[in-house]
Ligand binder design. Structure first.
Ligand code: ZN
Length: 416
């Protein structure tokens, strides 16, 4: 199973927006570029919603069939580890092996020594095609990288072999992720992570490092765009080099997690990917749930009442809702409007506060991030929430589709 050059992770908290999201990718395809959908939902998200991997598979297959989508589609066991991978085996054909928790912990000393010895031939200022300056590689540097990442790579191998044993080699796509850590990984670190993955015989087709800067959920990138672009381009070159040097899958590409809404990065990413003829996986999820809330608010009546209620309750349960997402949100509490204020807002005012339009003076990124993690409230509403989605289906779907197409896929994957 070979993942296409361009793919997009699409998420759907309540399994109602599969078709609307796929419609956005159909439009991309009509414009001449194929971006295949990868439905992703993490264990954390399933736990909060009360859904199961089989629900995602059902939704994905139904959407593809309903729209006559003839290219591939995948179902991603997102951010899984040894402790929960078995729950995902039956429904998934894409596995994101999350080994972030194993980074920063040293592997067995003999294992590290042997790795450093095997990598000795790279211990010099290393010229990588496409990167101007030789990479600063030395024996000490390789040892340092092994100390931070070799254990994580061994764990990726363990999870991969477990899945392979159950499903069979070549029947699924493998991604390795290390994005949910404190420190970003440099291009040099990425190079030796890939070397170790190749030795471990993990046929990774995508890799999700942690990039420099902040990738907060549902809002734009916070950081130095120029530095991001330089490192991203170096990463692309390092991957091409590692594929040749270590014999990794030829279609190996970068995966950008928490990738929705990073508008300031899309231009640079698109240019770099085009310049190097590279592939790209962009993972999104909660941006679609936010469009549901915006659509409900605009629909008025019960939809608006629900949107206000979700905000009021999320405001009151701030700490509980934010805790599982601490490393990927950044909310300034004093910038949140009170629920009493929001209770007086008409639907379009609430929608303007939430819609990711950086030029709109009423846009409130703090409020948007709080609602991003507030889907637990909607899950607890149960039928009340789902019935409203059904009643407002057309409005909601048009927002979901426009968001994925105009703000994301078009900017990233179609020529400027
Ligand atoms: Zn991630």
């Amino acid at each position: 199973m070979r993942l296409e050059k361009f793919s997009m992770g699409i998420g759907d908290r309540f399994a109602r927006q599969g078709r609307a999201q796929l419609q956005a990718l159909m439009r991309v395809r009509e414009a001449g570029v194929t971006v295949v959908p990868v439905w992703n939902k993490s264990h954390r998200e399933h736990g909060i919603i009360g859904s199961e991997p089989a629900d995602v598979r059902r939704e994905a297959d139904a959407a593809a069939q309903a729209l006559g989508w003839t290219a591939s589609h995948y179902v991603d066991a997102d951010h899984i580890g040894m402790k929960n991978v078995d729950l995902f085996l039956a429904a998934s054909d894409f596995f994101t092996l999350d080994v972030a928790d194993f980074t920063g912990k040293p592997a067995d000393p003999a294992d590290m020594d042997a790795f450093v010895r095997r990598m000795e031939r790279f211990a010099r200022p290393l010229t990588v095609p496409g990167i101007e300056q030789p990479l600063d590689v030395s024996r000490e540097r390789i040892r340092d990288i092994a100390g931070k990442f070799l254990l994580a790579v061994r764990e990726a191998g363990r999870i991969y072999r477990h899945i392979e044993e159950k499903l069979g080699a070549g029947t699924f796509v493998t991604e390795v992720s290390m994005d949910e850590t404190d420190r970003p990984q440099t291009p040099v670190e990425l190079l030796f992570i890939l070397a170790a993955l190749a030795e471990e015989v993990v046929p990774a087709q995508t890799i999700a490092p942690k990039f420099t800067g902040r990738f907060n959920k549902g809002v734009d990138y916070v950081g130095d765009v120029g530095q991001f672009a330089r490192e991203f381009e170096d990463d692309v070159c390092v991957i091409a080099y590692a594929v040749r040097e270590f014999g990794l899958p030829e279609n190996l590409k970068l995966s950008v997690h928490s990738g929705s809404d990073k508008f300031s990065l899309y231009g640079p990413i698109r240019d770099i990917v085009a310049r190097h003829d590279a592939g790209l996986h962009l993972k999104t999820a909660g941006t679609t749930w936010l469009e549901e809330i915006i659509g409900l608010a605009e629909a008025g009546d019960e939809g608006l009442a629900i949107a206000r209620d979700v905000y009021r309750l999320a405001f009151g349960r701030f700490d509980e809702l934010c805790a599982p997402y601490a490393t990927v949100i950044d909310i300034q509490r004093e910038k949140l409007p009170t629920p009493e204020t929001v209770a007086d807002w008409p639907g379009d005012r609430l929608a303007r506060a939430l819609r990711h339009d950086p030029d709109c003076p009423e846009f409130n990124p703090d409020m948007r991030q709080l609602l991003h993690v507030g889907y637990k409230i909607a899950a607890e509403m149960g039928a009340r929430y789902l019935d409203a989605l059904d009643a407002c289906e057309e409005t909601v779907a048009s927002h979901v589709m426009a968001n994925i197409y105009e703000r994301h896929a078009q900017r990233l994957f179609l020529p400027a």
